[in-house]
Design a protein around this ligand. Sequence first.
Ligand code: ZN
Length: 130
Amino acid sequence: MTNLKTIKHIFRNPGPSDIPCSQLPTMFPSFFEVGFHDFHCGFGWTSLIHYMLLILKKNNSNLRITYIKEKYRFLHISYTGDDDFGEQVIRLAESASAYICESCGKAGREKDLDGWYKTLCDDPQCHSYD
Ligand SMILES: [Zn+2]
């Protein structure tokens, strides 16, 4: 089983992704319903979600993801199944999202966009993200 400390370290800086998140259900079919397309968050978190799925797979998790979205500037993942370790991995990915720009995947922090709170980097290009 992968050590939670190691996972925290991996999630801290997952880097940018070179694949669209829509490809993840095909790459990790056991974690998604057929035809899953409920990705409601920015491209910047794709790499974080990808690493999370790799760790779940490596640890033979039986969880099934039902929804992925942004909620109060955090990544929010809904799932079914019963796997304590897998649930901890998902919680860690959700907390790590508070430090990753949801738009580009670089280091980010809380930004107030006219009362709309998002986790973004300092690049103004990412601030027009919606
Ligand atoms: Zn950014």
